[in-house]
Design a protein around this ligand. Structure first.
Ligand SMILES: Cc1ncc(COP(=O)(O)O)c(C=O)c1O
Length: 321
Protein backbone atom coordinates (compact mmCIF):
# COMPACT_ATOMS: atom_id res chain seq x y z
CA UNK A 1 0.00 0.00 0.00
CA UNK A 2 1.25 3.52 -0.71
CA UNK A 3 0.71 6.48 1.56
CA UNK A 4 0.82 10.14 0.67
CA UNK A 5 3.08 12.06 3.03
CA UNK A 6 3.32 14.95 0.55
CA UNK A 7 -0.26 16.03 1.02
CA UNK A 8 -0.34 19.56 2.48
CA UNK A 9 -2.91 20.16 5.17
CA UNK A 10 -3.30 23.75 6.29
CA UNK A 11 -3.56 23.60 10.09
CA UNK A 12 -3.18 27.32 10.74
CA UNK A 13 -6.89 27.74 11.41
CA UNK A 14 -7.51 24.54 13.36
CA UNK A 15 -6.47 25.49 16.91
CA UNK A 16 -3.07 23.90 16.42
CA UNK A 17 -0.58 24.74 19.19
CA UNK A 18 2.27 24.17 16.77
CA UNK A 19 0.97 26.52 14.09
CA UNK A 20 -0.27 29.25 16.44
CA UNK A 21 3.04 29.79 18.17
CA UNK A 22 4.54 31.87 15.37
CA UNK A 23 1.29 32.86 13.64
CA UNK A 24 1.71 35.81 11.30
CA UNK A 25 5.52 35.48 11.23
CA UNK A 26 7.61 34.02 8.45
CA UNK A 27 8.74 31.08 10.64
CA UNK A 28 8.32 27.38 10.00
CA UNK A 29 7.10 25.99 13.33
CA UNK A 30 9.46 23.05 13.81
CA UNK A 31 9.57 23.37 17.58
CA UNK A 32 7.40 20.45 18.65
CA UNK A 33 7.18 16.76 17.74
CA UNK A 34 3.86 17.12 15.93
CA UNK A 35 3.99 16.18 12.26
CA UNK A 36 1.58 17.53 9.68
CA UNK A 37 0.79 14.06 8.35
CA UNK A 38 -2.74 12.74 8.33
CA UNK A 39 -2.92 9.75 10.65
CA UNK A 40 -3.31 6.34 8.98
CA UNK A 41 -6.76 5.39 7.75
CA UNK A 42 -6.96 2.56 10.31
CA UNK A 43 -7.13 5.23 13.03
CA UNK A 44 -9.54 7.47 11.18
CA UNK A 45 -11.88 4.56 10.41
CA UNK A 46 -11.81 3.29 14.01
CA UNK A 47 -12.64 6.77 15.29
CA UNK A 48 -15.46 7.16 12.78
CA UNK A 49 -16.98 3.85 13.84
CA UNK A 50 -16.80 4.83 17.51
CA UNK A 51 -18.26 8.30 16.86
CA UNK A 52 -21.07 6.74 14.84
CA UNK A 53 -22.29 4.97 17.99
CA UNK A 54 -23.03 8.43 19.30
CA UNK A 55 -22.82 7.63 23.02
CA UNK A 56 -19.85 9.08 24.86
CA UNK A 57 -20.26 8.16 28.50
CA UNK A 58 -17.45 7.20 30.89
CA UNK A 59 -15.14 4.51 29.63
CA UNK A 60 -13.84 1.45 31.46
CA UNK A 61 -10.42 -0.19 31.34
CA UNK A 62 -9.75 -0.70 27.60
CA UNK A 63 -9.00 -4.41 27.27
CA UNK A 64 -8.57 -4.20 23.48
CA UNK A 65 -5.84 -1.56 23.81
CA UNK A 66 -4.15 -3.37 26.69
CA UNK A 67 -4.06 -6.70 24.82
CA UNK A 68 -2.76 -4.95 21.69
CA UNK A 69 -0.06 -3.16 23.66
CA UNK A 70 1.09 -6.33 25.40
CA UNK A 71 1.30 -8.25 22.13
CA UNK A 72 3.21 -5.38 20.54
CA UNK A 73 5.76 -5.06 23.35
CA UNK A 74 6.37 -8.82 23.24
CA UNK A 75 6.83 -9.00 19.48
CA UNK A 76 8.84 -5.80 18.98
CA UNK A 77 10.97 -5.77 22.13
CA UNK A 78 10.66 -9.29 23.61
CA UNK A 79 9.33 -7.45 26.65
CA UNK A 80 6.62 -9.36 28.51
CA UNK A 81 4.22 -7.06 30.26
CA UNK A 82 1.49 -8.15 32.63
CA UNK A 83 -1.86 -6.33 32.11
CA UNK A 84 -2.02 -5.22 35.71
CA UNK A 85 1.28 -3.32 35.38
CA UNK A 86 -0.36 -0.87 32.96
CA UNK A 87 -1.67 2.46 34.23
CA UNK A 88 -3.46 4.49 31.55
CA UNK A 89 -2.59 8.20 31.44
CA UNK A 90 -3.79 11.13 29.32
CA UNK A 91 -0.16 12.11 28.58
CA UNK A 92 3.44 11.16 29.15
CA UNK A 93 4.28 14.49 30.77
CA UNK A 94 1.73 13.82 33.50
CA UNK A 95 3.64 10.56 34.10
CA UNK A 96 6.90 12.49 34.56
CA UNK A 97 5.25 14.82 37.07
CA UNK A 98 3.48 12.03 38.92
CA UNK A 99 6.71 10.06 39.17
CA UNK A 100 8.56 12.95 40.78
CA UNK A 101 5.75 13.50 43.28
CA UNK A 102 5.18 9.82 44.03
CA UNK A 103 8.80 8.72 44.36
CA UNK A 104 10.62 11.64 45.94
CA UNK A 105 10.03 13.41 49.24
CA UNK A 106 10.36 17.22 49.30
CA UNK A 107 14.02 17.11 50.37
CA UNK A 108 14.99 14.43 47.86
CA UNK A 109 16.59 14.86 44.46
CA UNK A 110 15.92 13.71 40.92
CA UNK A 111 18.60 13.13 38.28
CA UNK A 112 18.16 13.79 34.57
CA UNK A 113 20.37 14.12 31.52
CA UNK A 114 21.04 17.58 30.14
CA UNK A 115 20.07 18.86 27.63
CA UNK A 116 16.63 17.31 27.96
CA UNK A 117 13.02 17.81 26.88
CA UNK A 118 12.06 20.73 29.20
CA UNK A 119 9.20 19.02 31.16
CA UNK A 120 11.82 16.78 32.82
CA UNK A 121 13.18 19.86 34.57
CA UNK A 122 9.69 21.26 34.95
CA UNK A 123 8.54 18.16 36.81
CA UNK A 124 11.22 18.66 39.49
CA UNK A 125 10.72 22.41 39.62
CA UNK A 126 6.92 22.24 39.88
CA UNK A 127 7.21 19.78 42.77
CA UNK A 128 9.97 21.83 44.43
CA UNK A 129 12.47 19.00 44.18
CA UNK A 130 16.15 19.43 43.43
CA UNK A 131 17.54 18.05 40.19
CA UNK A 132 21.08 16.98 39.42
CA UNK A 133 22.11 17.31 35.77
CA UNK A 134 23.86 14.47 33.98
CA UNK A 135 25.59 16.18 31.03
CA UNK A 136 25.54 14.49 27.64
CA UNK A 137 28.71 14.62 25.58
CA UNK A 138 29.23 14.03 21.89
CA UNK A 139 31.18 10.86 21.17
CA UNK A 140 31.53 9.39 17.72
CA UNK A 141 28.48 11.33 16.44
CA UNK A 142 26.28 10.33 19.38
CA UNK A 143 25.19 12.22 22.47
CA UNK A 144 25.89 9.92 25.41
CA UNK A 145 25.87 10.13 29.22
CA UNK A 146 28.86 9.29 31.34
CA UNK A 147 26.57 8.44 34.22
CA UNK A 148 29.32 7.66 36.70
CA UNK A 149 30.73 11.16 36.28
CA UNK A 150 27.92 12.31 38.58
CA UNK A 151 29.04 10.08 41.45
CA UNK A 152 31.18 12.70 43.18
CA UNK A 153 28.21 15.11 43.26
CA UNK A 154 25.78 12.74 44.93
CA UNK A 155 24.56 13.76 48.37
CA UNK A 156 22.70 10.58 49.29
CA UNK A 157 19.35 12.35 48.80
CA UNK A 158 18.94 11.18 45.19
CA UNK A 159 15.92 8.98 44.64
CA UNK A 160 14.71 9.15 41.03
CA UNK A 161 16.71 8.75 37.83
CA UNK A 162 14.80 10.14 34.84
CA UNK A 163 15.81 8.74 31.48
CA UNK A 164 14.70 9.57 27.99
CA UNK A 165 15.25 6.84 25.40
CA UNK A 166 15.42 7.65 22.52
CA UNK A 167 16.92 10.81 23.89
CA UNK A 168 15.25 14.14 23.19
CA UNK A 169 16.93 16.33 21.96
CA UNK A 170 20.09 14.28 21.27
CA UNK A 171 18.38 11.56 19.24
CA UNK A 172 20.48 8.85 20.90
CA UNK A 173 19.04 5.35 20.86
CA UNK A 174 20.73 3.77 23.86
CA UNK A 175 22.47 0.45 23.38
CA UNK A 176 22.17 -2.41 25.77
CA UNK A 177 25.56 -1.79 27.42
CA UNK A 178 24.69 1.86 27.99
CA UNK A 179 21.36 0.96 29.54
CA UNK A 180 23.07 -1.62 31.69
CA UNK A 181 25.48 1.06 32.94
CA UNK A 182 22.46 3.20 33.85
CA UNK A 183 20.91 0.23 35.63
CA UNK A 184 24.13 -0.49 37.52
CA UNK A 185 24.24 3.16 38.63
CA UNK A 186 20.60 2.95 39.78
CA UNK A 187 21.36 -0.23 41.71
CA UNK A 188 24.45 1.21 43.30
CA UNK A 189 22.62 4.33 44.50
CA UNK A 190 19.25 2.68 45.14
CA UNK A 191 17.33 4.76 42.59
CA UNK A 192 13.92 4.33 41.05
CA UNK A 193 14.08 4.84 37.28
CA UNK A 194 11.46 6.68 35.23
CA UNK A 195 12.11 6.00 31.56
CA UNK A 196 10.30 8.11 28.95
CA UNK A 197 10.19 5.98 25.80
CA UNK A 198 7.61 7.96 23.83
CA UNK A 199 9.81 8.04 20.70
CA UNK A 200 10.51 4.28 20.73
CA UNK A 201 8.95 3.66 17.31
CA UNK A 202 10.66 6.54 15.57
CA UNK A 203 14.11 5.04 14.97
CA UNK A 204 15.28 6.27 11.60
CA UNK A 205 18.12 3.79 11.08
CA UNK A 206 16.89 0.31 10.13
CA UNK A 207 19.64 -1.45 12.13
CA UNK A 208 18.90 0.24 15.45
CA UNK A 209 16.67 -1.40 18.04
CA UNK A 210 14.74 0.06 20.92
CA UNK A 211 15.40 -1.68 24.23
CA UNK A 212 12.93 -0.85 27.00
CA UNK A 213 14.88 -0.15 30.21
CA UNK A 214 12.45 -2.37 32.12
CA UNK A 215 13.24 -5.33 29.85
CA UNK A 216 16.91 -5.44 30.90
CA UNK A 217 16.34 -7.66 33.93
CA UNK A 218 13.93 -8.39 36.76
CA UNK A 219 15.73 -5.83 38.91
CA UNK A 220 15.36 -3.18 36.18
CA UNK A 221 11.64 -3.97 35.91
CA UNK A 222 11.08 -3.77 39.66
CA UNK A 223 12.63 -0.31 39.98
CA UNK A 224 11.11 1.16 36.80
CA UNK A 225 8.25 3.25 35.48
CA UNK A 226 8.13 3.17 31.68
CA UNK A 227 6.20 5.95 29.95
CA UNK A 228 5.08 5.05 26.45
CA UNK A 229 2.45 6.06 23.89
CA UNK A 230 1.62 5.79 20.18
CA UNK A 231 1.01 9.55 20.17
CA UNK A 232 4.20 10.70 18.44
CA UNK A 233 4.61 7.83 16.02
CA UNK A 234 1.07 8.11 14.66
CA UNK A 235 0.53 11.86 15.14
CA UNK A 236 -2.29 11.51 17.65
CA UNK A 237 -0.72 13.54 20.49
CA UNK A 238 -3.77 15.81 20.66
CA UNK A 239 -5.88 12.81 21.63
CA UNK A 240 -3.59 11.80 24.50
CA UNK A 241 -3.53 8.07 25.17
CA UNK A 242 -0.42 7.05 27.11
CA UNK A 243 0.71 4.43 29.56
CA UNK A 244 2.86 4.13 32.61
CA UNK A 245 4.06 0.54 32.94
CA UNK A 246 4.96 -0.19 36.55
CA UNK A 247 5.74 -3.85 37.37
CA UNK A 248 6.41 -3.28 41.07
CA UNK A 249 3.05 -3.31 42.95
CA UNK A 250 4.25 -1.00 45.69
CA UNK A 251 5.53 1.62 43.22
CA UNK A 252 2.31 1.26 41.24
CA UNK A 253 0.21 1.85 44.34
CA UNK A 254 2.25 4.97 45.22
CA UNK A 255 1.88 6.28 41.67
CA UNK A 256 -1.88 5.65 41.62
CA UNK A 257 -2.36 7.29 45.01
CA UNK A 258 -0.76 10.53 43.80
CA UNK A 259 -2.76 10.42 40.61
CA UNK A 260 -6.13 9.67 42.16
CA UNK A 261 -8.77 12.37 41.78
CA UNK A 262 -6.35 14.71 40.02
CA UNK A 263 -5.37 13.14 36.70
CA UNK A 264 -8.52 12.22 34.78
CA UNK A 265 -9.02 8.98 32.92
CA UNK A 266 -8.12 8.87 29.25
CA UNK A 267 -10.55 10.19 26.65
CA UNK A 268 -12.53 7.29 25.18
CA UNK A 269 -11.73 8.32 21.59
CA UNK A 270 -8.02 8.47 22.39
CA UNK A 271 -8.14 4.84 23.51
CA UNK A 272 -9.79 3.80 20.24
CA UNK A 273 -7.15 5.65 18.22
CA UNK A 274 -4.27 4.17 20.22
CA UNK A 275 -5.54 0.63 19.80
CA UNK A 276 -6.00 1.04 16.04
CA UNK A 277 -2.53 2.59 15.72
CA UNK A 278 -0.70 -0.18 17.54
CA UNK A 279 -2.81 -2.97 16.05
CA UNK A 280 -3.07 -1.94 12.39
CA UNK A 281 -0.72 0.98 11.78
CA UNK A 282 2.65 -0.64 11.18
CA UNK A 283 2.70 -0.42 7.35
CA UNK A 284 1.97 3.27 7.60
CA UNK A 285 4.61 3.65 10.32
CA UNK A 286 7.28 1.97 8.17
CA UNK A 287 6.42 4.24 5.22
CA UNK A 288 6.52 7.28 7.48
CA UNK A 289 9.98 6.32 8.76
CA UNK A 290 11.31 6.03 5.21
CA UNK A 291 9.87 9.46 4.40
CA UNK A 292 11.30 11.03 7.58
CA UNK A 293 14.69 9.45 6.91
CA UNK A 294 14.95 11.12 3.52
CA UNK A 295 13.78 14.45 5.00
CA UNK A 296 16.43 14.14 7.70
CA UNK A 297 19.20 13.41 5.21
CA UNK A 298 18.16 16.40 3.12
CA UNK A 299 18.01 18.69 6.19
CA UNK A 300 21.41 17.62 7.51
CA UNK A 301 23.02 18.16 4.09
CA UNK A 302 21.44 21.61 3.75
CA UNK A 303 22.38 22.77 7.27
CA UNK A 304 25.95 21.49 6.95
CA UNK A 305 26.29 23.43 3.69
CA UNK A 306 25.61 26.71 5.54
CA UNK A 307 28.77 28.52 6.64
CA UNK A 308 29.31 28.41 10.42
CA UNK A 309 26.65 25.77 11.13
CA UNK A 310 27.00 22.05 11.69
CA UNK A 311 24.46 19.39 12.48
CA UNK A 312 24.96 15.84 13.73
CA UNK A 313 22.99 13.11 12.07
CA UNK A 314 22.30 9.93 14.02
CA UNK A 315 23.15 7.67 11.10
CA UNK A 316 25.22 4.62 10.10
CA UNK A 317 28.46 5.25 12.05
CA UNK A 318 26.42 5.02 15.26
CA UNK A 319 25.84 1.35 14.61
CA UNK A 320 29.51 0.58 14.48
CA UNK A 321 30.60 2.60 17.28
C1 LIG B 1 10.51 13.00 25.32
C2 LIG B 1 9.08 13.47 25.31
N1 LIG B 1 8.24 13.05 26.28
C3 LIG B 1 6.95 13.45 26.30
C4 LIG B 1 6.45 14.31 25.33
C5 LIG B 1 5.01 14.75 25.39
O1 LIG B 1 4.19 13.79 25.90
P1 LIG B 1 2.63 14.03 26.12
O2 LIG B 1 2.17 14.96 25.04
O3 LIG B 1 2.05 12.67 26.00
O4 LIG B 1 2.47 14.60 27.47
C6 LIG B 1 7.30 14.77 24.32
C7 LIG B 1 6.78 15.71 23.29
O5 LIG B 1 7.51 16.26 22.50
C8 LIG B 1 8.64 14.33 24.31
O6 LIG B 1 9.48 14.73 23.35
Amino acid sequence: MTFNFDQRIDRRHSDSLKWHKYAGQDILPLWVADTDFRSPSCIIEALKARVEQGVFGYGDRPHGLIDTAIARFASRYQWHVDPEWIVLLPGVVSGLNLSVRAFTAPDEITLAPTPIYPPFRGAAKLADRGQLNLPLSLQNHRWVIDINAATSQLSGKEKLLMLCNPQNPGGTVYRRAELQAQLAFAQQHDLIVCSDEIHCDLLLEPGLEHIPFASLSEDAAQRSITLISPSKSFNIAGLGASMAIIPNPELRARFNRVRQGIVPSVDILALVAAEAAWRDGDDWLAAQLAYLRSNRDWLVAQVNALPGLSMQSPRRPTLAG
